[in-house]
Write a protein that binds this ligand. Sequence first.
Ligand SMILES: Nc1ncnc2c1ncn2[C@@H]1O[C@H](COP(=O)(O)OP(=O)(O)O)[C@@H](O)[C@H]1O
Ligand SMILES: CC(=O)N[C@@H](CCC(=O)OP(=O)(O)O)C(=O)O
Length: 254
Amino acid sequence: MVDERLNRAFAQDVVRLRQAGVLPVVVHGGGPQIDAQLARFGMRPSFAAGLRVTTPEVMEVVRMVLAGQVQRQVVGLLNEYGPFAVGLTGEDAWTMTATKRYAEVDGERVELGLVGDVSGADPSALHALLRDGRIPVVSPIARSEDGLTYNVNADAGAAALAVALRAQLLVVLTDVAGLFADWPSTEKVVDRITADELERLLPTLSGGMIPKMEGCLRAVRSGVPVAHVLDGRAPHALFDHAFGDTAVGTRVVP
Ligand SMILES: Nc1ncnc2c1ncn2[C@@H]1O[C@H](COP(=O)(O)OP(=O)(O)O)[C@@H](O)[C@H]1O
Ligand SMILES: CC(=O)N[C@@H](CCC(=O)OP(=O)(O)O)C(=O)O
């Protein structure tokens, strides 16, 4: 997301998939962009178990950057190819509803502030856009039952929407070759893993890989046939590898 050439290749892939009859829904992240904006305001980022500690002040920045900057950028790139993309956040039309979540670090419960777990998803606005030939671009922000705004990890949001949409495939782009079997060793990429095997591996993961793999697990346990972790640093990884049987990245299956 921070490389112009890769951004363009990604947008091209999404549009090509749409033109080939696939109905893609894009959920974007933006952790590095949020960090950069926090720094401009003299604020310091803080994470626990891969999730951002989100005070009300941080939430304002998260919402501004995700909905006002990153989402606009993704929408703009897609719309270079036609009137396809429509941006929204999970707050819009109650697309994502969140409940407050905590992190667990070394068995201890850690307070994260306004960080939410997606507890409900209403995909009807997304279906309407898809029926109209559009490509929805969703920022990972959710509304809570009590009217607050929560910061949702992008991978967790994507997984929840994949389930709600009954998607045939969840693709998660990352900045490594896939899920490494013996992290921090980067020698062996797991090419295929079942939900049970992944559940046993989860405690060995760190950083952003935790919500990513939790999301994949949640998706395949809730009806999505495949979740595929792909190296987003390879141009056109999405178009070249998400469909078909190539042994690239990590496929999570039920
Ligand atoms: N078993 C693992 N396999 C691959 N990456 C891992 C593993 N455990 C931890 N990681 C870390 O997770 C990172 C991927 O997550 P990250 O890029 O932070 O996600 P996002 O940007 O979507 O939040 C990798 O760059 C790597 O540092
Ligand atoms: C709760 C939480 O951590 N939310 C993320 C939302 C953006 C995101 O997930 O961006 P990446 O995919 O680039 O990490 C955050 O504030 O950074």
